[in-house]
Design a protein around this ligand. Sequence first.
Ligand code: AMP
Ligand code: MN
Ligand code: MN
Length: 331
Amino acid sequence: MQTIEPAATESLDTAADVLLGAERIVVVSHVNPDADAIGSTLGLVQGLRILGKQVVAALSDPIPDYARFLTGADDIASELPSEDVDLIVSADAADIERIGRLYEENRDRFESTPILNIDHHRTNPMFGTVNHVDPRASSTSELMFRVLTALGAPMDPGTATALLFGIFGDTGSFQNGATTPGALITAAHLVELGADNQRVSFQLFECKRFAGARLWGRIVSTIELDAERHSVFGYLSQEMLRAEGAKVDETEGVAEYLRGVQEGTVVVLMKETPEGEMRISMRSRPEVDVSAIATALGGGGHRQAAGCTIPGPYQAAKDVIIETYDRLNPR
Ligand code: AMP
Ligand code: MN
Ligand code: MN
């Protein structure tokens, strides 16, 4: 397992001081934003606004429909503010490239503006000017709760709901390995602050369109078992999306569902992109580390949930994953 040794991770107080010292702030997160990316971004933005800061959220990709109910979701920009800001906060991005288009199109601004990197990926290379990276945290949303608490920022129910949304997402509703005491304690505080836990749970784990439910059926019908490697492979093609009139966001949760297959310890779900590449989502049982496979293929993530993007088509991508798996798990 290749881990990048942290160059430096700064204390909560340092992160809080950097935020206090800035007036105009933009908060960015990673491409294909998940619940933690969205929740941590919106939670921080709202908390800082209550403190009187000029803050905007900007993301490279649109947010999925299931996150639209969150306060502030409609105000997320798709570009950096045209005027200079004092600080860029990167939330939940495992490395700077994960910020995507906003970074690629504004490299000069990322170089000339201080960056506060707040994250919980252990593969984070500490790309910020100041880094507050804690791999033991369940989620970046948990870290944002700590940051806002350190700042003495009052959290209203909308802010609390956004942060709870992120914690629910990264812990898989308090079911996966990220379910730390910190996740549970933070969730308790957020519910006390008025976070709408029923709504969060429904939006993340139950609510689906008819087309989305049918898409799940198509994906589940592709699964193959590699009995030797205890691995379950499945895929999503662009054709399936077209046939059902569904979006790739609607596959959120399929990989977790497949992790329950008794004969497997690893799930490899391959999602064909419009460009014909394969976006790989890997999930594993506690005894297997899939982040090693993802990292070896240019991606990253966590021990039990990791991903990367590799060339397609499906069979070629599957061969690459198997070859990497065998290289890392010599028998
Ligand atoms: P996903 O399967 O897309 O839900 O991603 C699972 C985990 O892997 C998340 O924590 C992501 O942040 C991480 N991840 C996915 N793709 C990449 C990538 N290309 N590079 C780094 N981390 C990734
Ligand atoms: Mn994330
Ligand atoms: Mn996260």
